[in-house]
Design a protein around this ligand. Sequence first.
Ligand SMILES: Nc1nc2c(ncn2[C@@H]2O[C@H](COP(=O)(O)OP(=O)(O)O)[C@@H](O)[C@H]2O)c(=O)[nH]1
Ligand SMILES: [Mg+2]
Length: 326
Amino acid sequence: MKPSLWFEETKLAADPRAWNIVVVLPTRDEAATTRSVIEELRVAFQENGLPEPVIVIADDSCDETRHMAAGMGVRVVNGEGKGLGFAMQKGLKAALTLNPDVVCSMDADGQSDPREIMKFLEPLARREADMVLGSRFLQPGLIQYRYRAINRLGTIILAGILRRVTGLPLTDSHGGLRAMRAEVVRHFDILGTHTYVQETIIDAHQKGFRIKEVPSVWRKRERGKSRVVGSIPKYIMYTLPILMIRSGMHVRWLYRLAFWIVVAAVVYFVVIFAEAGFSKERLYDRIPALLCIAMMGIIGIQIFTVGFLAEMLRLIKAKLDQVGHE
Ligand SMILES: Nc1nc2c(ncn2[C@@H]2O[C@H](COP(=O)(O)OP(=O)(O)O)[C@@H](O)[C@H]2O)c(=O)[nH]1
Ligand SMILES: [Mg+2]
């Protein structure tokens, strides 16, 4: 899809040290790592001469994560236990109320290294990009632990879908750290409640924002356990429908399915007609087959209609999103 540049561009100061930066961390039972991640983040900003970031956690924890974070002066947004995507939507919305120039997001499990922050801010400062994503695959050796083959396969599939949908040369589907101009976040329209990572990439691209990847390390998760990508099939199952809907792939697939069912019905009819020696009378002996062909035709037409309605809903949503942002 061709990006539509209907947002109004606001200017960023050239120097990141003049920016108000808000960092949103999604957390679910990360009491073991949250303190060190927040401290590391603050130190990283200080070491780079950046003003102290405002930190927001989008929390779905049952452990003491939120109390600990609140005690460290971090804002806490309740994710309501509806999933990472939902929590991040609320966290990002809360970040926007703080009047940021740039919003960053980072996993709270310590896998991302906040000392890389300048790498993410520089492309924004140079106005080369509006959204900067971390990639673990732009250089060798960025993943600092044994990365399971099944997880690699999952990232290959998801990054492949993202490349296909956006046409961008993306190499990773979900780095742990990213930086975005506030404008990008303000224009997000996210459907998924389970994950937001890939959908926001598609959403930003469709709105004409420029996206860039930078190489970024992926450290070992020292404490707690990975949940989002803990089960790759589950992750793909949750993510794929949203990516299909956002890209319009579901409409193409429905149209194709309808087309091939109708073709199969026609071929089946020709076969039984030939078997009947092209005699209409002898076709009456093939009532079950004729009923089957009729069913295939009806199913094909119905699937086509569903595809048509889905496309209409997609266009209406795009229009509503546009009106909502104007
Ligand atoms: N708010 C919220 N955060 C979550 C949820 N699931 C995972 N997270 C957080 O999202 C970040 C990435 O999760 P993780 O399981 O490490 O993802 P992975 O490394 O990609 O498998 C971590 O900071 C988690 O605490 C959730 O359901 N809600
Ligand atoms: Mg993780």
